[in-house]
Design a protein around this ligand. Structure first.
Ligand code: FES
Length: 156
């Protein structure tokens, strides 16, 4: 009687070890497959260039403010020329809205004057002005990586 019980326990242990081994093989295979599939997709996240074309000067008639929503920048055109001001609040990055006196952030209430200087709220810095240049074919370029001194106008 004791021998039968002993045999059943040995078989059970053998089955357990077999299933555990199979489980380890399956999990290892799944992990290896996941790793292989992960390598097929590049880890690099491509960002849009922060130097971008905005078209010809004729696109910005004198006296207009153009909002380039996809680039998060305002283009101002006046008799002196053009200038580009960031639409991104310097507090936590919300997008500011243009008002009659400047800009206002909807998130925490920062207010900026028309030059982008902070006049109220938690924003620690003024809205940056970006460099505008013109390529040889006459197309205007905004370089959002180059902050310039506020008041700097690009003469067309
Ligand atoms: S993000 Fe603009 S005030 Fe906070």
């Amino acid at each position: 009687m004791k021998d039968e019980t002993q045999v059943k326990t040995d078989v059970s242990r053998r089955d357990f070890l077999g299933q555990a081994s199979l489980g380890v093989i399956v999990l290892s295979s799944v992990a290896a497959l996941a790793g292989t599939l992960r390598m097929a997709k590049p880890s690099v996240h491509y960002e849009e260039s922060r130097v971008f074309k905005i078209g010809k000067p004729e696109n910005f008639p004198v006296g207009t403010v153009t909002v380039l929503e996809d680039r998060q920048v305002f283009i101002f055109s006046d008799n002196d020329g053009l200038h580009a001001i960031s639409k991104v609040c310097t507090h936590l990055g919300c997008l500011v809205a243009k008002t009659s006196t400047g800009f206002q952030c909807p998130c925490h209430g920062s207010k900026f004057n028309l030059e982008g200087k902070v006049i109220a709220g938690p924003a620690p810095r003024p809205l940056p002005w970006f460099e505008i240049s013109q390529s040889v074919d006459g197309t205007l370029l905004v370089d959002a990586t180059k902050e310039i001194k506020s008041g700097t106008i690009f003469k067309v």
